[in-house]
Design a binder for this molecule. Structure first.
Ligand code: PEP
Ligand code: MG
Length: 295
């Protein structure tokens, strides 16, 4: 699932989660005036790691502050367009104290629990940024390092950008926002902001096509749509992370389709000219039971 606090981890596990596809670390610290200490962070991360079985994939995203997730202690000042400003990894590159403390806490949590956390950076736009994060995380003792794919430049160039990392997770919320030039916080733009937009589907495919053997997951809202989940799996997305309440429906849809069927559904969605057409085309090829799951 997607989680923002360790206390939600046991419930997610009960609802069928096999690991955590996105732990949004910034939400632990939303109301704070000061940066959290390394000990506080270590405890929170260790709690999440211990909730899941040994060998489970538990993915922590480093601080994604800025724009829709403002943090008082990580504010670089007012910006005209915060969604296009110094947010996510860009902020970490300026406030290296914050990212280094976080990486140290994650490494300590790994040591304490004997688990291997997956650690990824948000808002990576270039190969150089991925390399910067990867070497910093490895230097801190993190073994499994990844990035989020939520900027179209990274999706289009995934074979180059992913070279220095072990895995990637596609964030369809921001990927859609940036591909469609539509502010994700503007409800009036919902039609542009659906991940069924053919351009978004094409960017997901481009990411997967360039990823080689690396594990690619999806952790945006798209992963929680049972029909769209079939499309994602068709492009060989290997893990899906969603709100815990959506796990049952997505698992039910996946269990009724082979990879080959998912591939055909994905191709049909990709060939469509609009979100409605993509959805209709996918639904036509899916098992009839999916209609109930998505209605
Ligand atoms: C995303 O952008 O899709 C994502 C999962 O991250 P967030 O919604 O936290 O920006
Ligand atoms: Mg995002």
């Amino acid at each position: 699932p997607n989680l923002a606090t360790p206390s939600h981890a046991p419930t997610a596990k009960k609802k069928g989660a096999e690991g955590v596809g996105l732990f949004r670390t910034e939400f632990l610290f939303l109301d704070r005036q000061d940066a959290p200490t390394i000990d506080e962070q270590t405890e929170a991360y260790a709690t999440v790691l211990k909730t899941f079985d040994e060998g489970a994939k538990v993915v922590f995203r480093t601080l994604d502050a800025g724009a829709d997730k403002p943090l008082a202690f990580a504010d670089l000042g007012a910006e005209e367009n915060p969604a296009l400003g110094r947010r996510g990894l860009r902020l970490s590159q300026v406030r290296t104290d914050l990212i280094d403390a976080q990486l140290e806490a994650l490494a300590k949590a790994a040591e304490q629990t004997g688990r291997d956390p997956y650690v990824m950076a948000p808002m990576v736009a270039t190969k150089a940024e991925a390399e910067w994060f990867s070497s910093r995380a490895h230097a801190a003792g993190i073994k499994t390092v990844g990035i989020m794919v939520e900027v179209p430049s990274t999706a289009l160039r995934s074979s180059q950008v992913l070279e220095s990392v072990d895995f990637a997770s596609i964030g369809t919320n921001d990927l859609t926002q940036y591909a469609m030039a539509a502010d994700r916080l503007q409800g009036e733009l919902a039609e542009l902001l659906t991940p069924w937009q053919p351009a978004v589907i094409q960017l997901v495919k481009a990411t997967c096509d360039g990823a080689g053997d690396r594990l690619i997951g999806v952790c945006g809202e798209a992963a929680g749509d049972p029909l769209l989940a079939l499309v994602l799996v068709g492009f060989v997305v290997r893990s899906l992370s969603m709100a815990a309440g959506k796990i049952t429906a997505v698992k039910a849809a996946l269990s009724r389709h082979s990879l080959e069927q998912c591939r055909r559904i994905a191709d049909a969605a990709l060939a469509a000219c609009s979100p409605e057409e993509a959805r209709t085309a996918a639904l036509k090829l899916a098992d009839p039971s999916v209609e109930v799951l998505v209605s």
